[in-house]
Design a protein around this ligand. Structure first.
Ligand code: PMT
Length: 361
């Protein structure tokens, strides 16, 4: 079924969730989120849903092969830490095994985590002295988040899991009203294999083992199948969930999306286009090659500005600074430490507007 929404655009939401299966652990994840949100709602704390990492598109039900979307999870994991520092509770909806807040400083780096360790004179394992100071800071922030239960980690792998979770979490966040924030840094697949066109077993490359795809029934062939020696992949578009989020799932929350481009001449245009099309609050544009040093804020009030880290203070991460710090002379800046306070400021303005609107009724 295709529905028309307020803007005349077609929405296929009912179809999507009726025809693509609910992930087996969805209810458990939503239950965890519900009690997390209730706790913070009762403390009148803001809650940010930070999405992070790339979604996959499996080609087979018993998945051997899949298509992946680019993202290490750096933007999301780093931003989550700064949201926690700004007093938010954070639901971190992330690609399983991508970077996580706090542990990101020691995982996925060129170092093995054992390189941060050494033996002391008594033979006990301790942190190398050069890492002590930084690790102590990370550890105390991590412990605080744990003690106050302000960080909830929820993993996804496929785009289907992501969409079901996003919808479920958005519904749970509705009681937060304007205190809810969506910060959509995940790289979400634009095309997918719908359940009805997914093969069960591993696609056979050898012609000797290939099956008749339609059994002469005239049905559409599976989305991924062999045609002789060639693998043919014919994907359906993923419905534009941002529209559903803004119009239906989270109409009172602040919604921030990211726009990733590789062509600099397109970035501002595409960010503006997204904002006009989905009517949310803020698009943060970034280019693949410069995303760690500069981002473009395009907001619904018509404002447009770049945030840029000065050349001398660019670094991959704080951990890199430990190694490069002596040469640079001052600590590297993570651009998320500037992005997140700006987003929080915009969020404050939106909350104040909501409060004054309510007061005038
Ligand atoms: O993790 P890192 O390695 O640090 O990389 C971070 C990042 C570059 C992935 C991140 O900063 C970023 O840009 N994330 C968004 C990437 C992306 O999905 O861009 P897009 O142009 O495909 O989508 C733009 C927006 O449309 C997204 O905010 C998404 O919410 C929305 N969308 C996408 C697909 C879809 N079916 N429906 C949507 O509404």
């Amino acid at each position: 079924m295709v529905q028309q929404n307020g803007t005349g655009e077609q929405s296929t939401e009912p179809d999507y969730f009726q025809t693509n299966p609910k992930p087996p652990n969805l209810d458990r994840q939503i239950t965890l989120a519900r009690s997390f949100i209730e706790q913070h709602a009762s403390q009148n704390r803001r809650v940010a849903l930070v999405t992070s990492g790339g979604t996959t598109v499996p080609l087979e039900n018993q998945t051997v092969r899949f298509i992946d979307n680019f993202s290490a999870g750096t933007r999301g994991a780093t931003s989550a830490e700064y949201f926690l520092e700004a007093g938010y509770a954070v639901i971190f909806l992330h690609r399983q095994f991508s970077l996580l807040p706090y542990s990101r400083h020691y995982s996925h780096s060129t170092n093995c985590f054992l390189d941060f360790m050494t033996h002391n004179d008594a033979g006990a394992v301790v942190v190398e002295s050069e890492y002590q100071q930084q690790m102590a800071q990370v550890l105390s922030r991590y412990r605080k988040a744990k003690q106050e239960n302000t960080l909830l980690l929820l993993p996804f792998t496929t785009v289907n899991e992501y969409l079901w979770l996003l919808r479920g979490l958005a519904m749970q966040m509705q009681p937060l009203g304007a205190n809810g924030l969506f910060y959509l840094a995940a790289a979400v697949s634009d095309f997918f294999v719908p359940a009805e066109r997914m093969v069960e077993h591993k696609i056979q490359s050898s012609e000797d083992f290939q099956e008749d795809l339609t059994n002469g029934s005239g049905a559409r062939a599976p989305a991924a199948h062999m045609d002789g020696k060639r693998l043919v992949i014919d994907l359906d578009p993923v419905p534009k969930f941002l529209k559903m989020l803004v119009d239906g799932w989270a109409p009172r929350s602040m919604i921030v999306s990211f726009k990733l481009e590789t062509d600099p001449s397109l970035l501002a245009k595409k960010a503006r286009y997204a904002l006009e099309k989905y009517s949310h609050h803020l698009v943060i544009g970034n280019l693949l090659n410069t995303r760690k040093w500069e981002v473009l804020f395009v907001s619904s009030d018509g404002g447009e500005r770049w945030i840029r880290v000065p050349a001398g203070r660019r670094s991959q991460s704080i951990t890199t600074w430990i190694h490069d710090g002596a040469q640079l002379g001052e600590p590297a800046i993570e651009i998320e430490s500037w992005i997140v306070p700006e987003v929080a400021k915009e969020h404050t303005k939106m909350i104040e507007k909501t409060v004054s609107k309510q007061a005038s009724y």
